[in-house]
Design a protein around this ligand. Structure first.
Ligand code: NAD
Length: 503
């Protein structure tokens, strides 16, 4: 029997009324396990109205009280960690360890949000002019919305709503329709933690729901995480409707291996960074640029048997290192890219196509895949494949390798493996990339720093969580105050320089 999922509005689960549904699959078996309601514009507008009604009360709640709700939520996340990880694995397919790791990364943002009274503290300048003081304050934007991708169904929503709520906004989450269950479950836990009803609503849906959030005047800010084509559309449409938008998008993360790098360490790092979560991470390493044939030969020689022996399986198999990819279309797309790489003349060192697991013949499994001698005009180099495929490009010099990073369309993450401090420093200074690693393959910033790329990996002005999260979810107000007792006789009230307004 297929379970029918619901939306979550005004503190309760509500049935979808549009009559449209999206199937949710178990990617390990290919079976439909649940169906998610796809909201109509009308249903979304009801959620916006609910969030708007809850806004004044929540915005006026002292930050320390809002923080208390976050502390309670943090405790509940610990208590429900196994349940949430299982939900992630069931619908996404990733291993339980990986799923737990992702919930933990979301939880760390909640911990950061617990410090909101401190984070919202403004600056104060006494006597900017005679008897005049100036201070600033950060106020909530209003009703905010989050549109999230399939690959981190718990973590990415938690990059958004804890920060938005802590800052005094109300929030509407539109989770990925591929693995929607975590969204509603997290919202329920927020209410158990003490969040008033209407402050966090969850609407399941597709383009119709998203378009309503993008165009409705009741929504003040949109956070999006997903693919570049959709992110560009979200940014342009949201901005055209007067909204603040941050859209975090696709990636092609390069890892440069210098001739002096510790190859053992680089190979170890690559296994997790390229193949963990079946490569379905926006910070996955998908290109290794080896400088010099000696480094390239050693790297490929050591890596190949490790990739070949990666164990693929369902999350219920505790020994599996990699789960299936999310959909049949994804599997087909990845396998098509592997075919293109071969046709373009790249050397296929490990081929992950055509995997069939006993008892899981209809699952969307792709094995670890490794290409060598890839060149920059090939589609397997240029495009985000979003699967367990690593391409090795050989460069003759550091400058050539660095230029590849600079010239690539995407700018999410990049890493360099070297023992040389000068080279590492030059790399970190020169590349046009948002998150850079030195001997760290996936340089994902911790919650109190901010996450975000450059170039086609982010549209908008703000990265996510950390202080950038506070800036995105608040509007800055600066007050300049003079009290009558501070006004000297004969004070000048214009803006001439030297006047006592100081400007
Ligand atoms: P996606 O762009 O297909 O979907 C993301 C969201 O957009 C979903 O909620 C979906 O319902 C919605 N959407 C899809 N099509 C739409 C349309 N035509 N109009 C309006 N809304 C639409 O992305 P995905 O496949 O779920 O996720 C994978 C992508 O996300 C990859 O490109 C990956 O790199 C990226 N990603 C980026 C980051 C980052 O921080 N930069 C993090 C995670 C994932």
């Amino acid at each position: 029997m297929t379970e029918e999922l619901m939306h979550f509005v005004d503190g309760v689960r509500v049935k979808g009324t549009s009559g449209r549904f999206g199937d949710v699959f178990n990617p390990a078996t290919g079976e439909v396990t649940k169906r998610a309601p796809l909201a109509s514009a009308d249903e979304v507008r009801k959620a916006i109205a609910s969030s708007a009604a809850a806004l004044p009360g929540w915005a006026a709640t002292p930050p320390a009280k809002r923080a208390q709700v976050m502390f309670n939520f943090r405790d509940l996340l610990h208590k429900h960690m196994d349940e949430l990880a299982e939900l992630v694995s069931q619908e996404h397919g990733k291993t339980l360890d990986d799923a737990k790791g992702s919930v933990t990364r979301g939880l760390e943002v909640v911990e950061f949000a617990c410090g909101i009274p401190h984070l919202l503290k403004g600056d104060y300048s006494a006597s900017v002019a005679g008897g005049v003081d100036s201070f600033n304050t950060r106020q909530p934007v209003g009703v905010c919305a989050g549109i999230t991708p399939f690959n981190f169904p718990a973590m990415v929503p938690m990059w958004m709503f804890p920060m938005a709520l802590a800052c005094g906004n109300t929030f509407i989450l539109k989770p990925s329709e591929r693995d929607p269950s975590c969204g509603v479950r997290l919202a329920e836990l927020m209410f158990e933690a003490g969040l008033p009803e209407g402050c966090l609503n969850v609407i399941n849906g597709d383009k119709e729901a998203v378009d309503t959030l993008l165009t409705d005047p009741g929504v003040g800010a949109i956070s999006f995480v997903g693919s570049t084509a959709i992110g560009r559309y979200i940014y342009e449409t949201g901005a055209a409707h007067g909204k603040r938008v941050q859209a975090l998008c696709g990636a092609k993360n390069h890892m440069i291996i210098m001739p002096d790098a510790d190859i053992d360490q680089a190979v170890d790092a690559t296994i997790g960074a390229a193949y963990g979560s079946a490569g379905e991470r926006c910070m996955a390493v998908s290109v290794a640029v080896a400088v010099g044939d000696e480094a390239a030969d050693a790297f490929v020689k050591q890596l190949a048997p490790r990739v070949q022996s990666l164990k693929v399986g369902p999350y219920t198999d505790a020994s599996a290192e990699m789960g299936p990819v999310i959909t049949r279309e994804s599997k087909e797309r990845i396998e098509r890219y592997i075919g293109e790489g071969l046709a373009d003349g790249a050397e296929l060192v490990v081929d992950g196509r055509g995997i069939s697991l006993q008892g899981y013949e209809n699952g969307y499994f792709v094995g670890g895949t490794l290409f060598d001698r890839v060149t920059t005009e090939m589609s397997i180099y240029k495009d985000e494949i979003f699967g367990p495929v690593l391409v090795v490009v050989r460069a003759e010099s550091y400058d050539e390798a660095k230029q590849m990073v600079i010239d690539h369309e995407y700018g999410n993450g990049a890493a360099i493996f070297t023992r040389d401090g000068d080279t590492a420093r030059n790399f970190t200074q020169d590349v046009n990339i948002g998150m850079v690693g030195v001997n760290v393959p996936i340089p994902v910033p911790v919650a109190y720093h901010s996450f975000g790329g450059w170039k086609a990996s982010l549209f908008g002005d703000h990265s996510i969580h950390g202080m950038e999260g506070v800036r995105f979810y608040t509007k800055l107000k600066t007050v300049t105050a003079r009290w009558p007792s501070g006004i000297k006789e004969g004070a000048v009230f214009n803006f001439h320089s030297g006047s006592d307004t100081g400007h």
